[in-house]
Design a protein around this ligand. Sequence first.
Ligand code: SAH
Length: 257
Amino acid sequence: MNEETKSIHEFDFKLICEYYSGMKRQGPGSPEATIKALSFIDNLTNESRIADIGCGTGGQTMVMACHTPGHITGIDLFSTFIDLFNINANKLNFQDRINGMVGSMDNLPFQHEELDLIWSEGAIYNIGFERGLNEWRKFLKTGGYIAVSEASWFTEERPVEIDEFWKDAYPEIDTIPNKVAQMQKAEYIPIASFVLPENCWTEHFYIPQIPAQKNFLKKYSGNKAAEELIANQRHEAELYYRYKDFYGYVFYIGKKI
Ligand code: SAH
């Protein structure tokens, strides 16, 4: 990568981080969906070790902490998100139970069989669903759980426009039965899967972005990269509203055997 492209990339990165730092969540989800997914997980105690991978600023982590015992380590690639994550944990007085760390999901800082629960909302796609399930398994104790949310097709067939969009954005997107089969193949018992309700995309994700986008464009008026970023976000939201019968996020919960 030459210096010029590198600097453009770094700037884009910063812009994306800044844009999402202002949001409660960096992906589709809701407190209710987090709590529902947690309801499938038993045997957690004050001694339990939980990892939240690709935690962002910790919207879902704080909800988990209110509804589970145990210690949660949040891991995210971006230090801006981790700084906000730790500020959020302190605000809620969770500093003794929640710890945010900068790290990458392809090089996790855990011991083998250390964890009781691996959580990851809207983030496993960064490493790929199958690779994440397979590589993270060793960090779980036998009988431990994994709970991840992942973009999935609702039907066998879909309109070309949305098919092409996703095949470009994330070729590993697949149908729910295929994802469940991948979970079983990775040696987890598929305990549950459920489709995240539409409000996880609307009320909790796209709608809060509308005022944020206006402010962002004002602040970066005339900045091509910022304009492009917002145009992409808006395009993604439009596609969702048009094609939401064909895809969405699905929570997959598995138990290591
Ligand atoms: N779980 C949060 C954030 C989801 S967005 C929520 O549901 O709101 C995806 C997150 O994955 C972002 O915070 C991004 O910074 C993080 N991420 C991307 N690549 C990563 C990697 N290789 N390792 C760890 N985190 C990563």
